[in-house]
Design a binder for this molecule. Structure first.
Ligand SMILES: Cc1cc2nc3c(=O)[nH]c(=O)nc-3n(C[C@H](O)[C@H](O)[C@H](O)COP(=O)(O)OP(=O)(O)OC[C@H]3O[C@@H](n4cnc5c(N)ncnc54)[C@H](O)[C@@H]3O)c2cc1C
Length: 167
């Protein structure tokens, strides 16, 4: 049995180095400030979007960088070395948000909801966890009930990364 191919291409090295430079120059100096104040780091997140870090595996036609999972992991490791809050926000936009819509969404939903998040112009969130339902997601109590041509969603959520500021 052979393992995964972890040879880095020039593209991998480029995104890793760009993420490392950005993390050390722009995130590390402000990380403690955001930890202490609990503010959301809007400006650095927007800049990460402009660098292509918010939709690394998202195809270019939906506003992403069109790279692979290894590129995503390399970039996120560099961001996390400077500040785990930034890397968690990055992770939710890239995977929980974009991946779910790309995998399960309609073409119309992909075109409408993915590009703003993949480009970092908007912030995504993913609401699974509830006060009494974490790993055991099957016990969640929130419900979406159809009401004519829309749904009414009722329930309580907790631990939602970017929840209070998400678009
Ligand atoms: C930084 C951070 C960001 C997060 N962001 C999000 C987000 O964006 N969206 C979102 O929906 N949620 C988010 N979460 C919530 C996270 O997904 C939950 O914390 C996680 O699902 C675990 O749920 P819980 O905390 O209720 O722990 P529990 O599910 O109560 O688990 C507690 C412990 O019991 C163990 N355990 C659980 N079930 C079993 C079992 N059947 N058998 C054996 N052991 C078991 C677990 O391994 C764990 O050690 C975030 C959490 C953190 C810390």
């Amino acid at each position: 049995m052979t393992g995964p191919n972890l040879d880095l291409t020039e593209e991998h090295k480029m995104i890793r180095d760009a993420a490392r430079d950005f993390a050390q120059n722009e995130i590390a100096p402000v990380a403690a400030h955001f930890d202490e104040t609990g503010e959301f780091p809007r400006e650095t997140i927007k800049k990460m979007g402009a660098l292509g870090l918010m939709g690394i595996e998202v195809p270019e036609e939906y506003g992403g960088a069109g790279l692979d999972t290894l590129a995503y992991v390399l970039a996120m490791t560099e961001i996390a070395k400077a500040d785990v809050s930034h890397s968690t926000i990055m992770s939710v936009n890239n995977s929980l948000y974009c991946h779910g819509i790309l995998k399960f969404g309609t073409e119309e939903q992909k075109r409408k909801y993915v590009p703003p998040i993949a480009t970092g112009k908007a912030i995504g969130a993913y609401s699974l966890t509830e006060p009494m339902s974490g790993s055991d997601a099957g016990t969640m109590k929130s419900k979406a009930v159809r009401d004519g041509d829309h749904y009414v969603i009722n329930g309580r959520k907790s631990w939602v990364t970017s929840g209070p500021v998400a678009d």
